[in-house]
Design a protein around this ligand. Sequence first.
Ligand code: HEC
Length: 147
Amino acid sequence: MELKTVLVAAIVTVILAPGIAVAQKGRISIWDGVYTEPQAERGRVLYRQSCSGCHGADLSGNFETPPLVGRFMPYWSGSTLDALFDYVSTSMPMHNPGSLSPSANTDIVAFMLKSNDLPSGSRELSTGNLKAINFDSAKPVSKHARK
Ligand code: HEC
């Protein structure tokens, strides 16, 4: 999102809040609880089997493999979640790309979100809604203002 849009949204929210649902209605973010805890647990098991050998059990990477926490967040920021899903689906695991099923990959993406301290929710992440979910590296401004 452009800075100008963020500022306008923040100003509108401050003026009209509380009680009036204004800024960013219908927009979904990775901060909105887009996966469930059981799903992230399934993802953890799959990650251990297929990814941790290179990216590390704690997702911190090593000298030749990038971390999937920390700078991972700004790296994907501004995209939608399908970009990460597509990358994992087609390029990972590096020694056997594309070998995991779509449901395995959504579970692994859920685990990556959890590992980056993003909140879980009541609905599972599925391949159908990935494009509607914005990858914001920081919690969107309007959400703060509404609290
Ligand atoms: C054989 C080692 C290896 C395995 C196994 C592996 N990766 Fe990777 N991964 C890499 C390397 C090396 C890169 C960097 C590739 C590049 O820069 O082109 C990478 C890059 C990535 C990236 C992008 C890095 C970033 O900065 O965001 C993601 C996401 C990712 N891997 C996820 C996974 C997932 C999920 C799995 C398991 C399904 C997995 N990887 C398994 C070696 C591996």
